[in-house]
Design a protein around this ligand. Structure first.
Ligand SMILES: Nc1nc2c(ncn2[C@@H]2O[C@H](COP(=O)(O)OP(=O)(O)OP(=O)(O)O)[C@@H](O)[C@H]2O)c(=O)[nH]1
Length: 378
């Protein structure tokens, strides 16, 4: 049983508690809303708590608002709303709307694509109309969810239908410029992580600078694609400006998974003095620190079918840079390492500047020790 399930058991059915905790102040908030059984808790558990998708079958229905505070490269909160509660029209409880929507970055509305979605769409419309009056800055992100098992044509038909229904209703009500985006998602593949990546990216201040940094790295080192990953959630928070490529994202994200699982199983590993002496003797008679490309943590792999090496470099305890290189660029590793070093320095500075003061120190305690054994010679 995971933490969330335990928490659900412990809490039982309680009155909702919408007030923001003092701890939560100032963190961007993602709200997960939608009909009962649409998949909100499953999404939150799979993306933020690594629950295997099959185990979401045993999640109980959410009875009260579940608040998760996530300490990551950017501290944010995820609030999962019970599907049976209508916060705008509730006879038993008056919600403090400012406490719920005051600090919201994005509202994620989950629609079950395998069910009749007309009611979900009409509730979403009503919610947008309410929010437009007092909180027009909130981003509305619509996850057309559970699309696994549906044909590509059918998925696109549903997306088109939902989009038209929402836009028509809003324009009938005189709302023309609400910021609404649509995603086709499932917890059984990478689509849910991609959708979250895009939502989170909208909340990152100065995202353009991160993208410019990665684009310039790709150009200099002739990388096919580069991603900056939040290693715990596999959300990518920035990528270079080359066209989106689902296959590249999938392989890089699986690679992050492998590295994290590996370090979780084997933990950190201090080299004994004898072993260190052995590594520093001929044919590489250099200090170990000078033999490896990165003194933090680095890993590489070559895909045998495409002959395209993938490089992973830790930025801090939350972030890793993962890039797909060109065939043959493995020979130029010293030069690539130098460029990657500079970009990692730039990224570290970027996040030092944009992080609140109290979290800056924590970021220094990196997983580098655990990953050191994966270091590649340059
Ligand atoms: N096929 C499929 N099933 C899913 C997906 N996501 C969630 N489910 C299933 O949908 C059911 C309901 O999921 P929950 O996460 O409990 O739904 P919820 O929206 O939190 O429901 P409430 O707590 O009642 O509001 C579970 O049986 C999940 O396994 C998905 O992407 N694909």
């Amino acid at each position: 049983m995971d933490n969330r399930q335990r928490q659900q058991k412990k809490d039982g059915v309680k009155a909702p508690e919408p007030t923001a905790t003092p701890l939560a102040k100032g963190k961007p908030r993602l709200l997960l809303m939608g009909q009962r059984r649409s998949g909100k808790s499953s999404i939150s558990s799979v993306v933020f708590h690594k629950l295997p998708p099959n185990e979401t079958l045993y999640l109980e229905s959410t009875a009260r608002i579940q608040k998760d505070s996530l300490n990551s490269f950017m501290d944010f909160q995820v609030w999962d709303f019970p599907g049976q509660i209508d916060i705008f029209d509730n006879p038993n409880f008056t919600f403090d709307m400012d406490a719920i929507f005051g600090e919201v970055g994005a509202l994620i509305w989950v629609i079950d694509a395998q069910d009749d979605y007309l009611e979900a769409v009409s509730k979403l419309n009503a919610t947008i109309l309410h929010l437009q009056r007092s909180y027009p800055h909130i981003l509305i992100e619509v996850f057309i969810h559970k699309v696994d098992g549906l044909s590509d044509d059918y998925k696109l038909d549903i997306q088109r239908d939902v989009t038209i229904r929402i836009q028509d209703e809003l324009s009938d009500q005189g709302v023309e410029n609400a910021s609404i985006s649509f995603y086709l998602t499932s917890i059984y593949n990478h689509s849910i992580f991609e959708a979250f990546s895009k939502v989170i990216q909208k909340l990152i201040p100065r995202l353009g600078q991160l993208e410019a940094l990665l684009t310039s790295l790709c150009r200099t080192c002739r990388f096919d694609k580069a991603y900056l990953f939040d290693v715990n959630t596999k959300i990518y928070i920035a990528t270079d400006s080359s066209p989106e490529d689902v296959a590249s994202y999938e392989i890089c994200s699986d690679y992050v998974d492998v590295i994290i699982d590996f370090t979780e199983v084997y933990g950190s590993w201090q080299r004994s003095p004898g072993w260190r002496a052995k590594l520093e003797q001929p044919p590489w008679p250099k200090r170990l620190e000078d033999q490896i490309g990165c003194d933090l943590a680095e890993s590489g792999m070559i895909l045998s079918d495409a002959q395209r090496p993938i490089i992973l470099r830790e930025v801090d305890r939350f972030l890793a840079l993962v890039a797909i290189m060109h065939e043959g660029s493995y020979d130029k590793m010293p030069l690539i390492n130098m460029n990657v070093d500079e970009v990692v320095k730039g990224l570290t500075e970027f996040f030092e500047i944009t992080k609140p003061k109290e979290t800056r120190v924590a970021g220094k305690d990196s997983i580098q020790g655990q990953m050191e054994q994966l270091a590649l010679g340059s």
